[in-house]
Ligand binder design. Sequence first.
Ligand SMILES: [Zn+2]
Length: 262
Amino acid sequence: MGDLLLTEKEAAGLVIKGVNSSQAPRPRWAAVGKVCSPRRLVISALERSMERAWGLHRPAQFRDLGENRFVVRFYSEGVWKHVMKNGPWKFDFNVVLLREYDGSIHPSDMVFNSMEIWVRVLDLPMDMMNRAYGELIGGWIGKFISVEVDEDGFAWGKELRIRVAVRVDQPLMRGVNMKDYDDEVEGKWFDIKYEKIPYLCFDCGCLVHPAEGCQAKKDEVKQWETPPPRIPSQFRDRLGTAEGIHLRGLFIAMIASGVMSE
Ligand SMILES: [Zn+2]
């Protein structure tokens, strides 16, 4: 308002009362997104690309919010859940960060510094294939969201699959060194694999750089190296391009949804 001289009525303001939730419905099945790209977002291109990636049968409603942000509204709860639960998505090689939108916060106040992703921990012994270890490891990698286990809390697959929110401005963990005690020297290393990982910086291992740019020391050997194709050839037609990232013998793969989830 600055130096605006307010009238008596303006100064008194509008007291919000008596508007109940049925009179002021919250938007359903909506999300606010941000494309982490240095280039300006072209919303029509994003729309085409996302509708294909999400497999939409009816168009979703996109609206450009500026600063590479957008709001999208889906036509059904099922589609909305599919999109929110199976990311991360990418547009033009850049990660698209999505947040559930219920209308209570202004989109420009939403913080986009993390991304939900499915993580697989490889070669765990059977006694670690359960909810307790899923929560423990997921909470160490980032913010634990869920773990794929049966109703008794056991995971019967080859790998423990955990949904985690990771910071996009911090290097991704390439494995977890499990120790029984704080002062244990060696521990046991288990590789971590990420599903559908978007492009990340091969110097520092982050998905998004801070404003100052890449923080990796320039004379260090690249720890996150250029990707050779790692997706089995029978899937390449379905995927378009095969992408993966070799991490000095450890491997983070970009796996299209469905390829390894059955
Ligand atoms: Zn970097």
